[in-house]
Design a protein around this ligand. Structure first.
Ligand code: NOJ
Ligand code: CA
Length: 704
């Protein structure tokens, strides 16, 4: 309900030219100052409790040569102020209701020479700022091409940053923690350690960018509602400590094709002296449009297992044969080629997964490698790579559908596009119709390899429009989408809650590709998850990958208890139990937590948080009075303190604690854990030792 909505217009003229405009957050903690420089360049500056946190920073856009840029020569033509306070209901999320509460200042700027107008809209929340550019319909500005957005974020000092290299095609990096001035020196190492593609400079980083000042102020920079625009990276001017927006180019080097009326995404700055407030902020969701899907009854959180980890580890294969079919899809007769004997997506094996899912109360089973095309799926820039409707000869779609149905299990479709966005769009309707006909409600999509059309990037405007097209088309078919390798989310799941998952960061798969840093999941909530949930795929119980595939020496850099904690720490309405059923059968008492943990939450409390070091989160089940607590710990062993004061006063509870044992070591003894039970209430304070790479999970059940 909108509590109040005040708008007043102030007609202003060039009289205001040298004046600055101020805006305060509803609680007065934040102050934004907007000013025009003498040459008419717009600037902003941000204060938190009277401390400057973003120094005076320029705003504007550089346009391609045929147009004068939108950088300077502006005067203030109008200003509009609003206050907004609305509480909206989530379809799914970390809580059932979210308050959207801000003060707004919209400034219309007129460019003297061209008489063009732009609006810069600021929304100041109690946790930070959002602002965007708006381009109204007007005589002198209809079509324009962006050469570069010139938004600055001027830092007040040499802050600590948790960063990944600016790359137009992947976010699948470990994070580096360093001072801003150290980024340049560490850049090459950060790139070569990872499967990177194109970086634009030696100080270019991706958002969401997490920063910490020497005075203990946490600052997060990201974007919201990235639609029909290019993804923003940040380029650091490391002499002046100023981040400059850097948009992802297309094949021609352009950054965006716009037509008025239109808007840019929101640029967001969340700040607090308490890191937990960064996790609790809902600025990103609030800056997105309300849900556009009228009937959402078909959208529901899912806990799933998958015919997946065995291929990721190299134990099995996606491909049916080791022969490379010489012709493109639809012509090869797969029944005549020699099977490689490692094809996991076969009817018999899939039924075993369905049995396991049904036995342990999962909602769904994902199967990858079910369809023709995996023999030469990437690395060859093959356009017509998959058709998304033709199963391999050993995968009986109808039989599997019927079997799953009889067991109350849904199947999750897999659509690996291999980066060929054109080919996917070509087949999309038929692919979705095929899903509906065979009982699939959700698809995991993927964009491995170079984007086709060649020269485009995973994060350029036209490819972002492809991801958006898939989400909206899927909504027409009542299909949920979990996109891997697509652009990192920016809160669009508020508008399209059928976007139930995204990878778009370094997920668990990298634990089988050489391993990830042991503190990775203490950084992700502050970076990747600021934009929306991640299909991180936790739950690995066997850390020694050679046990699955003797040719793979990778080690999972986490303890078993840490893996359990991730079901609470890494919020997602789509949670996978990623390991093989065999590995769960070895540790059924620990597996119990994965079975019990919900995927739908009523509310969330952030108990402890320090990016790169530890995160402890408590969430209340949407369907009961039970609570779940999760912790992920970085490299320093520590005692986590868990204050249960969020429990209902006067009620009694039993806590089942799944924690690391005295001798747990993420490298040498990761599977040591203990399960203890305690009577607790809202006065209980628990202290739990977490070793490097460790963590814990707690189920707190109401005793009735
Ligand atoms: C990369 C995805 O992240 C992974 O989950 C998937 O199994 C492979 N691509 C194959 O599509
Ligand atoms: Ca991936």
């Amino acid at each position: 309900m909108v509590k109040y909505f005040v708008a007043f217009l102030v007609g202003v003229t060039s009289f205001f030219h040298s004046f600055s405009q101020e805006l305060k957050s509803p609680n007065g903690n934040f102050k934004l100052v907007f000013a025009l420089e003498n040459d008419g360049t717009p600037t902003y500056q941000l204060f938190m409790k009277n401390k400057e946190i973003i120094k005076k920073s320029k705003l504007g856009l550089e346009l391609q040569k045929d147009k004068k840029s939108l950088l300077n020569d502006f005067e203030l033509a109008n200003e509009v102020r609003n206050s907004f306070d609305e509480t909206w209901k989530t379809i799914w999320g970390e809580e059932t209701e979210i308050r959207n509460y801000y003060n707004e200042l919209a400034l219309t700027l007129k460019q003297n020479e061209t008489e063009r107008q732009i609006v810069i809209r600021f929304r100041l929340f109690n946790e930070g700022l959002g602002f965007r550019y708006e381009f109204p319909e007007q005589k002198n500005l209809t079509y324009f091409v962006v050469k570069e957005e010139r938004t600055e974020f001027a830092m007040t000092g040499d802050h600590t940053a948790f960063w990944i290299p600016g790359d137009y095609d992947t976010q699948e990096y470990d994070y580096t923690e360093s001072k801003l001035t150290e980024i340049r020196g560490l850049f090459k190492k950060a790139v070569t350690e990872n499967a990177s593609q194109k970086q634009f400079s030696d100080t270019g980083v991706q958002t969401s960018l997490m920063l910490k000042t020497a005075n203990g102020i946490y600052i997060n920079i990201h974007e919201a509602a990235l639609i029909n625009y290019s993804c923003m990276h940040l380029n650091l001017d490391d002499k002046n400590l100023v981040f400059q927006s850097h948009l992802t180019p297309d094949a021609k080097g352009n950054k965006g094709y716009l037509q008025t009326p239109c808007v840019s995404p929101w640029r967001t700055i969340i700040a607090s002296t308490d890191a937990r407030d960064v996790l609790a902020s809902r600025i990103t969701l609030n800056l997105n449009e309300p849900c556009k899907i009228t009937n959402t009854s078909w959208i529901r959180p899912i806990k799933y297992i998958g015919v997946w980890w065995e291929m990721i580890t190299g134990k099995s294969s996606w491909a049916y044969t080791d022969e490379v079919p010489s012709v493109h899809l639809g012509v090869t007769d797969f029944s005549k080629v020699k099977p490689n004997g490692k094809h996991a997506a076969n009817t018999k094996h899939v039924k075993e997964y369905i049995d396991f899912a049904a036995l342990h109360g999962f909602d769904a089973v994902l199967v990858e490698g079910w369809n023709e095309g995996w023999e030469d799926w990437f690395g060859h820039e093959k356009d017509y790579v998959f058709d998304f409707v033709t199963p391999y000869p050993d995968f009986d779609v109808k039989a599997i559908h019927e079997y799953a149905k009889s067991k109350g299990i849904k199947m999750i479709m897999h659509h690996e596009t291999s980066g060929s966005t054109r080919n996917y769009e070509r087949h999309l309707d038929k692919a979705f119709q095929f899903m509906k006909a065979n009982g699939y409600e959700a698809a995991k999509t993927g964009y491995v390899g170079n984007i086709l059309p060649l020269g485009e990037h995973h994060y350029s405007q036209s490819i972002l429009n492809h991801y958006q097209y898939v989400i909206e088309k899927a909504a027409d078919y009542k299909i949920m989408i979990n996109a891997h390798e697509a652009v990192r989310p920016t809160g669009i799941c508020r508008t399209y809650p059928n976007m139930i998952g995204n990878e778009s960061a370094r997920g668990t798969e990298f634990q089988a590709f050489g391993g990830s840093k042991a503190n990775h999941t203490t950084v992700l909530p502050f970076t990747r998850l600021i934009g929306g949930p991640m299909d991180y795929t936790p739950g690995i119980f066997e850390m020694d990958i050679a046990k699955l595939n003797p040719n793979n020496n990778s080690h999972v850099n986490a303890t078993l208890a840490n893996q359990l904690g991730l079901y609470v720490v890494m919020y997602s309405p789509l949670q996978m139990a990623a390991d093989l059923p065999d590995n769960y059968n070895r540790f059924l008492d620990a597996f119990q937590f994965i079975k019990d943990v919900p995927v739908e939450w009523a509310t969330t409390k952030y108990l402890e948080a320090e990016p790169g070091y530890y995160v402890t989160i408590a969430r209340k089940d949407k369907k009961s009075n039970n609570w779940y607590v999760g912790n992920s710990n970085g490299y320093n062993s520590r005692a986590a303190s868990v204050n249960l004061d969020f429990l209902e006063k006067g009620k009694k509870y039993e806590a089942i604690i799944y924690s690391d044992a005295e001798n747990t070591d993420y490298k040498t003894n990761p599977q040591a854990y203990k399960i203890t039970k305690h009577k607790v209430n809202n006065k209980t304070k628990l202290s739990l030792i977490t070793p490097a790479g460790g963590g814990f999970a707690i189920q707190i059940k109401e005793i009735k």
